[in-house]
Design a protein around this ligand. Sequence first.
Ligand code: PLP
Length: 409
Amino acid sequence: MSFVKDSVNKQPIVDNVFTIVSKAKQAIAEYGNDAVVNATIGSLYGEDGKLVALDTVYDSLKNLDNRSMAAYAASFTGNPDFKEQVYDWVLNGNSHLNHEVIATPGGTGAVDMTVSYCLDPGQTLVLPSLAWGSYNLMAQMNNLKTVKYDLFEEDHFNLDSFKKACLSAMEVQDRLVVIINDPCHNPSGYSLSKEEWNEVIAFLNECSKTHSVVLLNDIAYIDFSYQQEKAKEYMNCFDSISDNVVVVIAFSLSKSMTSYGLRCGAAIILAQKEQAVQEVKIVFEKNARATWSNINNGAMNMFVDVMKNHKEEYNEERNQYVSLLKERSDIFVQEAKEVGLKHYPYKEGFFVTLSMDNETRDKYHQALMDQHIYTVKVNNGIRVAVCSLSVDKVKGLAKRMKDIYDQVQ
Ligand code: PLP
């Protein structure tokens, strides 16, 4: 007998990140901040060791009328001005497809809604093998199977593996749902080139001759791309999708606005045909109504205010942190190269991930903690969150990590 439905997996959640974060905090309390490297935190931290909360964002939020924060949103799909601003900000003129925007609780809401409603229980979701852990949990909660593609072949996107994973899902079902977390992939920091994106779209168009295709593009970290506006140009390749492909872009204010706790994001649905957009929108709207009802009105209004009235200051302020992130990652990657510390191809973003098999990873992760270096285990790797380490902490870190690595070999 059970109090929860029989079909749900009842194993407790294993949260790799929060457990290690608390160990790191304990170590700081015991040995002092200088003695500890806490490379676990996936949020942007300043050089002062504190969470970054952009002034332009929080000045705007605090200037809102109390009632603007107190009120329900204008609709289950989000406020019309929010949806318009999100579309313009994310696509930046690079897309000319039919579209709808649904406000969601963070990028998580957008990703989960797509995973939940584009596949039936028992069907297969296509994921990268190195990925944000929540994708697997979402698949599990929806009783989905997964098939994984290897992200890399040497230092570039592994198109062959991607194709194989898609084809194997297509053998057993009439729909293909694939997740591509790009740009600034979590946890590798890889971003596909425009050519790679074009190849992905050409292949998905082929698949769409026999199967409906949903491409879920998770862009959670896009606004911290080192390419900035140029990072959005790849989205013009979506204009060449066939009629039988729908793209859902999962956008998040969490990183873009440094507003992780405000829980605001959006799913942007793109398709050639209005009918395809509407089919997805109708279901997403009902899901919104049935689960979160509506989204944080203050967060949506803050986004609109920043976009309409403070965009320049916001870009300037954010770009200072983009440069800081680049400085940190440049140091780590350069030093890693010098000492021969192997990592997955990194281009930009919050994390660099060292590559190794899972057996070595487990020993190494513990050995690092013994030396007060706290990191996060991922599939075949160790994630180093350069986003939350000061420049001083990054300097020399690769060498220390390489020395410890050599000891566990
Ligand atoms: N996608 C990826 C790859 C992430 O790493 C995260 C957060 O860590 C998210 C989406 C969603 O974040 P949020 O729900 O806070 O927007």
